[in-house]
Design a protein around this ligand. Structure first.
Ligand SMILES: [Zn+2]
Length: 394
């Protein structure tokens, strides 16, 4: 196994390991139709290291060879009303703030194309989406020629597709060296055109501050903080206009423009604070997992039925990290594509809320605290009021 020595964001050799999470599923959102196959899924190790030069957090034993997405990959969060409102508000804000009307929008890593379609519909814009895993969808046909998808990774060879606005959400954390995406994009942009580039990534500050160790997954090789995200952009020739925390602090967004001259800028104060937070995280991590293990054992001994709600990344890491086997009965998910499938690594069945009505549970552990009220309401509607815990409970 190779172990990164140099920071993939700033190139310095100041990476210091701080946490090890061995043997976690490579894919959190790959759909497994068979319990045993789910348990035997491919796994990999995570060793997070911190760079005190740029504030970057990286998995130093990440092996890109292990990854290769397929169409059975399902990470759509669009079924949650909380998430849907966030995405709609984001689209509206970007349209307003950047006057995106009758413009051309490029989206890198557009996934199923929903966000791009939303920007095009609401602002009467044209869109070009890049994603190697894109599958044609009938609902996009209504936009006709205004929406075009290219089933490929974005690269310099697509220089002819110039946008007035470029967006890229939840992609950069999957790229081993941010410059591998930011450099080619910068080369295709003319500094005089002042194209706004908008990127969104998971916010590592949220993970660190809230002890949300469940946010750590194999597919993410880099965990960005505002300082390391800004460093990556200034280092690649952009001027950063702002970074902001979104979606209850769980996401981090950055807006930048191509610069004529740009020097990499590190936020020394933020990095010093982060350095302290990371030292704290390291000690609190063990306490956190031990408390959860003890809590699950206690509930099991009391004969209580326990389920988790949310079978995405957080749920998969939670179950695999604690590895409490039979102590969690099933995982509930409102995404119908996931129901009937099994959790990678630990093999719990993924069920619908209707299943919960037929097979009630005493305790529901909500994987994303932001969805707690939405889930409580759904349970109430089916006449249930189990004890609700969230992953922030301790
Ligand atoms: Zn660095």
């Amino acid at each position: 196994m190779t172990h990164l020595i140099d920071c993939p964001i700033c190139g310095s050799s100041s990476l210091v390991d701080f946490i090890k999470l061995p043997n976690l599923p490579i894919y959190c959102n790959l759909l497994w139709a068979d319990r045993q196959e789910a348990k035997d899924c491919p796994k990999g190790d995570i060793e997070l290291a911190f760079c005190d030069q740029c504030g970057g957090i990286v998995n130093v034993v990440f092996d890109p060879e292990k990854l290769g997405y397929s169409q059975d990959y399902e990470n759509s969060l669009h079924y949650s009303s909380r998430f849907q409102s966030y995405v709609e508000a984001l689209a509206n804000r970007l349209i307003e703030q950047h006057q995106l009307h009758n413009k051309t929008i490029v989206e890198i890593g557009c996934g199923k194309g929903d966000f791009l379609a939303m920007l095009c519909e609401q602002g009467n814009n044209s869109g070009i989406g890049f994603d190697s895993s894109y599958v044609e969808r009938p609902e996009h046909e209504a936009l006709g020629d205004r929406l075009k998808f290219i089933k490929d990774f974005y690269s310099e060879k697509y220089v002819e597709y110039q946008g007035d606005f470029v967006c890229c959400r939840q992609v950069l954390e999957h790229v081993q060296k941010p410059a591998d995406l930011l450099d080619p994009l910068r080369k295709t942009l003319d500094a005089d055109a002042k194209t706004v580039v908008f990127f969104e990534v998971p916010n590592a500050l949220y993970t660190i501050r809230n002890m949300m160790v469940w946010d750590v997954i194999y597919e993410h090789c880099t965990y960005f903080t505002p300082s390391s995200l800004s460093y990556a952009f200034t280092n690649a020739g952009y001027t950063v206009s702002e970074t902001s925390e979104e979606f209850g602090g769980q996401f981090l967004s950055i807006e930048a423009q191509p610069a004529k001259h740009s020097e990499p800028a590190a936020d020394i104060d933020a990095i010093a604070q982060l350095s302290k937070d990371i030292a704290d995280f390291k000690t609190r991590f063990e306490t956190q997992t031990q408390r959860w293990e003890a809590r699950l054992s206690q509930l099991f001994e009391q004969g209580k039925k326990v389920a988790i709600w949310g079978s995405g990344s957080k749920g998969v890491t939670f179950l695999n990290l604690l590895n409490q086997g039979g102590k969690v009965e099933y995982a509930v998910d409102i995404n119908p594509r996931k129901q009937g499938k099994f959790i990678p690594g630990t093999g719990q069945k993924i069920v619908s809320p209707e299943h919960v009505a037929q097979h009630p549970t005493d305790v529901v552990i909500v994987m994303n605290p932001l969805y707690k009220e939405e889930i409580r309401d759904m349970l109430k509607e089916i006449g249930l009021s189990p004890e609700i815990l969230t992953t922030e409970s301790f």
